[in-house]
Design a protein around this ligand. Structure first.
Ligand code: BGP
Length: 489
């Protein structure tokens, strides 16, 4: 029996370009669909700005279909958080130095696809050398400190050109462009990056901003998912061929789910709702569409067209590991509308759990539950690549940030994760805390919803010096990593 986390356990933190990198119009970068997504808040949802051929500009709901003929646009007088984000683009050396000081063994980040191919990688388009150079320096900086990069290839950010001209992932052409992009980055970074994630949280992708698709109906979404499954399998194959010692894994938002009661309708309904998330890992980990696919798609009203040979492509290359984000659990009651958000599946309030400032239940035991659920189902290595507490941190008069609540959150989650490893025998590769440095919330567009061990001086409107400050949790996490998860006091 294990007594603790494995030697070489990959402790670290995670970020994504669209929430952290900034520099949206620098270094030859093209526009991303997320560059049209406005600021927002808990009560005021983020929107997408678009322009019609006659010049009229309109703000859309994120869940709304993009009207025919309209394209994404940047409107005057509106703040778009992705444009500057918390400016990793100009601070990466300083930030990676701080990660190294915490003792990170691993840093999960994403490459901005339109920074490599401004139009997404259409035929004849050349890769942007300045973009390639930028990430090369980032990875070299990580390596300098012995930090292993874990790279997400597509994290909520589509080249706007592909969304506007090809309807994003609804079209197989986007998949071809994505694979050209993969080939270029695998080739360029093969000596620097060993761990890859082709797609972030595939199960919560929808609409124009995250999927690049103009329509939001179920057929569009699941057709796009089919293309993503193919892209995942082909990228996995390519990665194995080009970088033989690499590991490449799928990634889902897999916060846990409980039935509200033992009423059989609640239990059965919860099982079906859970399948809407596990469907994705079932395909990518096992290499085939599961037996319940037809009835699930029929209920959703989705019709998916496959081409000859698609099933064989998916079967030939499955993921090496299953990475997932875990923020919370949710409760399913019969008849509840089935919804998801950035934290995963959403349902009824759990009366047994405390909740974060943003209303997400805090459930450390749920993490152990999900680790077991997934390991029992797939028997392949797991990786917790996002977990954390979004909280409104306060700057004390002396400039310090006393985030004891964050330490408490992590302590309890890491303890349960340890039980999953030691007592339940789950094979776990690593743990990267989400938003290890403050960044823009994907769900609400706020800065106020902070996750970091490192504070960044910036407000919801982008004002601030961008100065970095260590929070109280910084030294605590350093100790956790140094002791390989033994010292959690
Ligand atoms: C995950 C996303 C991240 C991150 C996180 C927290 O679903 O992969 O990009 O944002 O959720 O969510 P939020 O930013 O909405 O608090």
């Amino acid at each position: 029996m294990r007594t603790g986390f494995r030697k070489g356990f990959l402790w670290g933190g995670a970020t994504a370009a669209t929430q952290y990198e900034g520099g949206y119009n620098e270094g030859g970068r093209g526009l991303a669909t997320n560059d049209f997504v406005t600021e927002g808040s808990h009560t005021n949802p983020r929107r997408i700005s678009c322009r019609f051929p006659d010049g009229k500009q309109v703000l859309l709901d994120r869940e709304e279909a993009m009207p025919e003929e309209a394209v994404g646009c940047i409107m005057d007088g509106i703040y778009y958080p992705s444009h500057k984000a918390t400016d990793f683009y100009h601070h990466f050396k300083e930030d990676i130095r701080l990660f190294a000081e915490m003792g990170f063994k691993c840093y999960r980040m994403s490459i901005s696809w339109p920074r490599i191919f401004p139009k997404g990688g259409i035929e004849g388009e050349e890769a942007n050398e300045e973009g390639l150079q930028f990430y090369e320096e980032v990875f070299q900086e990580c390596r300098k400190y012995g930090i292993e990069p874990l790279v997400t290839i597509f994290h909520f950010e589509n080249p706007a050109y592909l969304a506007d001209h090809y309807n994003g992932w609804y079209s197989r052409y986007t998949m071809e462009c994505y694979l050209r992009y993969c080939r270029v980055i695998f080739q360029r970074y093969k000596g620097l990056v060993k761990y890859w994630i082709p797609i972030n949280e595939i199960n919560v992708l929808r609409g124009y901003a995250r999927l690049g698709c103009r329509q939001t109906d179920a057929t569009t979404r699941y057709q796009a998912m089919h293309h993503l499954f193919l892209a995942n399998a082909l990228a996995t194959k390519m990665c194995h061929e080009m970088i033989p010692d690499a590991k490449i894994g799928c990634m889902l938002a897999l916060s846990g789910l409980y039935p509200a009661t033992c009423k059989p309708e609640d239990v059965m309904g919860a099982l079906e709702f859970r399948r809407r998330a596990l469907f994705f890992s079932d395909v990518m980990m096992r290499g085939y569409y599961p037996s319940y696919t037809e009835s699930m798609l029929a209920k959703l009203g989705a019709v998916v067209k496959k081409e000859d040979g698609d099933d064989e492509i998916i079967a030939a290359s499955t993921s090496d590991f299953l990475a997932f984000s875990y923020y919370r659990t949710t409760v399913y009651r019969d008849g509840l509308p089935q919804k998801t958000d950035t934290g995963g599946q959403m349902g009824e309030k759990n009366p047994f759990l405390p909740h974060s400032d943003w209303g997400w239940p805090i459930d450390p035991i749920g993490l152990r539950y999900v680790l077991n659920e997934l390991y029992d189902r797939y028997q392949k290595p797991l990786w917790v690549v996002e977990n954390g507490l979004g909280a409104a941190d306060a700057l004390e008069e002396d400039g310090s940030i006393q985030d004891d609540y964050r330490v408490d959150f992590f302590r309890k989650h890491i303890l349960e994760m340890k039980k999953a490893v030691v007592e339940d025998g789950v094979d776990l590769l690593g743990y990267t805390a989400w938003g290890c440095i403050d960044l823009v919330s994907s769900g609400t567009g706020e800065m106020k919803k902070r996750y970091g061990f490192i504070y960044v001086d910036m407000d919801d409107k982008g004002n601030g010096t961008l100065e970095r400050k260590k929070k109280k949790s910084f030294d605590w996490y350093k100790k956790v990593i140094h002791s390989n998860g033994e010292d959690l006091d």
